[in-house]
Design a protein around this ligand. Sequence first.
Ligand code: ADP
Ligand code: MG
Length: 151
Amino acid sequence: MNFQQVLSDADATVNLGNQLAKAIEKSSVIHLIGDLGAGKTTLSRGIIQGLGFVGNVKSPTYTLVEPYELTDVQIYHFDLYRLADPEELEFMGIRDYFNNGSILLIEWPEKAGDLLPDADLLINMQYENDQRSANIQAYTELGRRILQKLS
Ligand code: ADP
Ligand code: MG
């Protein structure tokens, strides 16, 4: 199952994130791929704020992960771009972030080797001249449920 949308400006990217926030469930694992500047963090911001976080969503480029503790859900937003070795994730105690119902948003999952949980959704952000497009692929039953609510 597949969802594709052209995003004419950054607000449209945030808005798609808001829509995703309405559809995702606890334990959703979302991998975000695409070039630098393609809109992965902007979309993540839309998801995190759509889930109820009020405040600034900054890119976890240097910290690798930023936690958001909301009233009824925990979100971990990863940016693994600067990860030199997947082993660093082991040192961070990455397994503690999994398996507890948390929502995982992971930019640059390809940097982690096979240490990450499998994606329910793979979101591919792409440049379309000055605009962007999002292609979302569902890999699990949960992923398909989310996409069904989106379209
Ligand atoms: P990434 O996390 O993929 O590196 P960012 O989300 O940080 O990318 O976005 C980079 C820039 O692209 C930001 O300035 C953002 O405002 C802009 N942007 C996001 N979505 C769109 C869009 N649909 N059209 C044009 N610019 C966008
Ligand atoms: Mg980013």
